[in-house]
Unconditional design. Structure first.
Length: 246
């Protein structure tokens, strides 16, 4: 099962470390071109309990847990920070500050696997109907300036080998989504949009640069640094889901 991520919005956080985050409006179509059937999150009795992690780092100790459930046309995550831990207290302080001072800038997302889905076309656009999701975790995600920030990767990348594995998994997902979109549009007599083709072409060009650099011994270190930077970009894109191929 592939792991995907989507953003969510924290609406409140109290003094005891209890908070509430909105995950999705079920009937809406989100920026990834996905919509949800009622029960997509609520198929487990009592909701889905998941850990709260920093930046999707599954090697890190959770600093809390969350209960994912549905209420009406929305899905929520009920947050419980562990204030008996240093990390829980630090994040609680940071989140309270963020919510209290001006517009909130702390970003959140959640990781999930798709257990059941369907493809539909509405108003001439393809979309994915998510019928059942297995939520893995809820994460605080560090917001970066521009595309491909390095802060998220510094917190979650682990070894260089782990980065490469994460990038490969993300590319597999991109290839699958690109192929699905292309096939559906061809069936409808339409081509993939110019913007999406340019994104895929740029993706290919960037990786070609890395492997060309790596072919020459003097450039090995530069190639490694470029590969690490690209891995960081893809980890951030995965977390924020800014690659909209639908």
């Amino acid at each position: 099962m592939k792991t995907e991520t989507k953003s969510l919005t924290v609406e409140k956080m109290d003094e005891k470390g209890h908070g509430l985050a909105k995950i999705a409006t079920l009937s809406a179509v989100d920026h990834d071109g996905d919509t949800y059937l009622p029960g997509a999150f609520a198929w487990k009795q009592g909701g889905q309990w998941v850990p709260i992690l920093p930046a999707h780092d599954r090697k890190a100790m959770p600093f809390g847990k969350a209960r994912v459930y549905e209420d009406g046309d929305a899905a929520f995550a009920e947050l419980h920070l562990n204030l008996d831990t240093e990390a829980g207290r630090e994040w609680h302080s940071a989140l309270k500050f963020d919510l209290a001072k001006g517009a909130a800038v702390q970003e959140w997302s959640y990781g999930f696997g798709v257990l059941d889905q369907a493809r539909e076309t509405r108003n001439g656009e393809p979309l994915r109907v998510l019928k059942r999701l297995d939520v893995h975790e809820v994460s605080t995600v560090v917001r970066g300036a521009g595309v491909g920030t390095g802060t998220l990767a510094m917190k979650s990348r682990g070894s260089f080998s782990d980065q490469i594995d994460a990038v490969i998994a993300e590319i597999d997902d991109i290839v699958e989504r690109a192929g699905g979109v292309k096939a559906l549009r061809e069936a409808q007599g339409r081509d993939m949009s110019k913007a999406r083709l340019e994104q895929l072409t740029e993706l290919r060009r960037r990786f070609d640069e890395v492997f060309m650099l790596d072919a020459f011994p003097p450039a090995t270190e530069k190639a490694r640094e470029e590969a690490e930077r690209l891995a960081a970009e893809f980890l951030t894109l995965s977390a924020r889901r800014n690659v909209g191929l639908c």
